[in-house]
Design a protein around this ligand. Structure first.
Ligand SMILES: Cc1cc2nc3c(=O)[nH]c(=O)nc-3n(C[C@H](O)[C@H](O)[C@H](O)COP(=O)(O)O)c2cc1C
Length: 401
């Protein structure tokens, strides 16, 4: 995620239970582009022990190919193409989600990328621009160009983050493409991840905002899926002869991703070995016993760790506090039902002020549970903080979760 999935965030998340693999923030690709140094750090200095995919956003074939050649000199698990960013400044340039209007252009891009990437080529897409009229055609292109892994956020570009997620469309894609599919959108908890996997038969889930809110989510997914498979609550394989008719059982824990950013595939295997959907957890409505339940004291520890990890020499305190508030907008969704933590946190201006708010709300009853799901009506508004350092993109500035 832009402004989020940097080296610092990846290391903090890993402390609480890493996803199977990460995706970088997107590298912008155009005539004057060069590999952004801060994004490269999340590849070159990645010490999470998990593979990291480099995501690109662009449409010029020559510059995309040039960028791939440069990136392949670094330790990337693969190259990922962004076909989903809904920010108007982005899609108006006909990149990201804007390309979903033009399957012919996507065909050219995938052809060029497939020729340039000897290893793993992945795609992250939404289900369409303002409708799903091109969805199946684009899924065909995924097959034609032998894409290795497809992550689908089950909304159109125009739906931004507002609508329900169309898991039925993700399920259709699972039945259509030959590669594994990661289901993305509103995977709020481990119980929800199990439900989404059962509903879509996807090979894994990709988790974005809810990994910011709850960095234990990947660990919790593994525990949930392990519990589920112990009970034998699995969905039978799809009938053989269908594109998903593999008899390979998904071993160990099912996928749990991350922040597109963070994505979770199967816990034990690298993404490029993901099988198609096999047996999956059945629908679950609640958190399984044995799944870690963080307390408010644990959340206080997370905030402290995040603050230290995101400190940059020379960064003024006020800007650092504002950066923290963007993360805390998501965290605050599970602290208290009335949103009092969010209310007070938004008014903090100094490090001392911010941590005083944290102590008041998180250490008064340190053993109280941090809610597994966001409290209804407690809304993250990270874009209400100070202006982003970024001029455009799918940044926290453009999101109201
Ligand atoms: C702050 C932020 C930045 C994002 N940046 C990217 C990005 O760079 N590339 C991308 O493919 N998706 C990006 N996304 C979209 C997420 O990967 C994901 O598709 C979306 O948030 C829905 O999943 P979620 O409900 O798990 O958050 C971003 C989302 C947010 C909230």
């Amino acid at each position: 995620m832009q402004d989020v999935t940097d080296l610092a965030f990846m290391s903090v998340i890993t402390h609480y239970g890493a996803p199977d693999y990460f995706f970088t923030e997107f590298f912008r690709v155009h005539a004057q582009s060069h590999l952004e140094k801060h994004i490269l750090r999340s590849i070159d200095e990645n010490s999470t022990g998990r593979p990291v995919f480099a995501q690109l956003i662009g449409e010029d074939l020559g510059h995309l190919t040039r960028t791939v050649t440069e990136l392949l000199r670094h330790n990337v698990a693969g190259i990922d193409l962004n076909l989903g960013c809904p920010a108007p400044k982005v899609y108006k340039k006909n990149v990201g989600g804007g390309l979903l209007r033009e399957p012919a252009k996507i065909a050219e891009i995938l052809g060029a990328l497939r020729a340039a990437v000897p290893g793993v080529l992945t795609v992250k897409m939404r289900i369409g621009f303002d409708d799903t009229v091109n969805f199946e055609r684009i899924l065909d292109l995924v097959n034609e160009h032998r894409v290795d892994l497809l992550a689908i956020h089950g909304r159109t570009v125009k739906e931004m983050y507002r609508s329900e997620v169309h898991y039925d469309a993700i399920a259709r894609a699972v039945g259509h493409v030959r590669c594994p599919v990661l289901a993305n959108g509103n995977v709020t908890s481990s119980a929800r991840a199990a439900t989404v996997l059962a509903e879509t038969r996807a090979a894994g889930v990709m988790i974005g905002r809810h990994a910011i809110r709850n960095p234990w989510i990947f660990r919790q997914c593994r525990e949930q899926f392990a519990h589920d498979s112990e009970l034998g609550r699995v969905i039978p394989n799809p009938p053989s002869g269908t594109p998903n008719g593999s008899n390979r059982r998904v071993k160990d824990n099912a996928p749990c991703p991350t922040s597109r950013d963070a994505v979770v595939g199967r816990v034990s295997d690298p993404p490029f070995e993901l099988s198609k959907a096999g047996q999956r957890p059945a629908l679950l409505s609640s958190t399984a016993p044995g799944v870690f339940r963080p307390t408010l004291a644990d959340v206080r520890d997370y905030i402290d760790r995040l603050y230290r990890a995101t400190a940059v020499p020379g960064l003024p305190e006020r800007l650092h506090v504002n950066k923290m508030k963007k993360y805390l907008n998501f965290v605050g969704q599970s602290v208290d039902v009335a949103g009092a933590f969010l209310h007070d946190m938004r008014r903090a201006e100094t490090e001392a002020g911010l941590f005083a708010v944290c102590d008041r709300h998180l250490l008064a009853e340190p053993a109280r549970a941090f809610a597994a799901e966001p409290y209804p009506g407690v809304i993250a508004r990270p874009n209400c903080e100070t202006p982003s350092l970024l001029a455009d993109g799918c940044s926290l500035e453009t999101i109201t979760a």
